[in-house]
Design a protein. Structure first.
Length: 277
């Protein structure tokens, strides 16, 4: 039993959490999350654990991450040095007292580190931030670079984040335009609306999966079957290397934008743009 956290330390950890006064509920990871405890979890449980359990430990400055994107296979958590000292000290009164005396400042320090690891982005005139990662680097380029060149004056109605799934989601405007949004519908990565032309841009930010292929177009057409505005389907890539990887699967009558060459687009549209300049 030496491998388990002592009761004193466990009680101390629990005492530092803020519990919702209305729900009186605190979610915690089951000690049997490993296969050695004959407890199994579904493959898609990671996000639930992260939000309902790990999140509390992080906010309390018990743990920090390694700065990788949350959807990276190399994403890891580790104990903060300060809290590791509490565990090594077996939760004695002296060790706990030292930690508590610095607890608020520790929370600020680790919150600042987390904030520093964000990608700043301006959306609809507001300063927001994405979590780190190539996917969100590309989303930032879509909003700030693609939008300025090919959708001037457009409003961002939707954009997700690898941590905060619906960073921007203007449900009222989307509904007015005819979207049928349910919990089961998969929105494109970015939705822009250009009111002067009544155009909607559906943009997929592709770094590893998810281009505008025929299957994706059918899904989006079903999602927007009541939308009367003009629809533009765009697959965005960081570079030509990634574009080449997916080029054979891209659907006809869609557009391609590559962040490395932001002033140009590739139109998979037959003779629509054919003719002398």
């Amino acid at each position: 039993m030496d491998d388990f956290t002592s009761m004193e330390t466990a009680r101390f950890m629990a005492s530092l959490f803020t519990i919702d006064s209305e729900k009186q509920v605190l979610y915690a990871l089951d000690a049997g999350a490993g296969s050695g405890y004959k407890k199994s979890y579904a493959e898609n449980s990671r996000e639930t654990f992260r939000k309902q359990a790990i999140h509390h430990f992080r906010n309390a400055a018990f743990i920090e991450d390694n700065g990788k994107s949350t959807n990276s296979p190399d994403y890891r958590y580790r104990l903060t040095e300060e809290f590791l000292a509490v565990i090594r000290g077996n939760g004695t009164a002296e060790v706990v007292s030292h930690f508590l005396s610095n607890h608020e400042s520790l929370i600020s320090i680790y919150a600042s580190k987390k904030k520093f690891q964000k990608i700043p982005v301006t959306i609809n005139g507001k300063d927001l931030s994405f979590s780190v990662g190539k996917h969100n680097e590309l989303q930032k380029a879509i909003i700030e670079e693609f939008g300025a060149r090919f959708a001037p004056g457009a409003e961002c109605l939707y954009v997700g984040d690898t941590i905060e799934k619906d960073l921007v989601k203007n449900e009222k405007r989307l509904s007015e335009l005819g979207f049928e949004i349910t919990l089961h519908d998969k929105m494109p990565d970015v939705v822009l609306y250009r009111e002067d032309k009544d155009w909607l841009y559906f943009i997929e930010s592709v770094t590893s999966v998810g281009p505008m292929d025929d299957k994706r177009i059918i899904e989006l057409q079903e999602l927007t079957k009541n939308v009367k505005s003009g629809k533009i389907f765009v697959t965005a890539f960081l570079d030509f290397k990634t574009f080449k990887k997916f080029s054979e699967s891209l659907a006809w009558d869609t557009e391609v934008w590559i962040a490395d060459v932001p002033d140009h687009m590739i139109h998979l549209n037959g003779d629509r743009f054919l003719g002398p300049r």
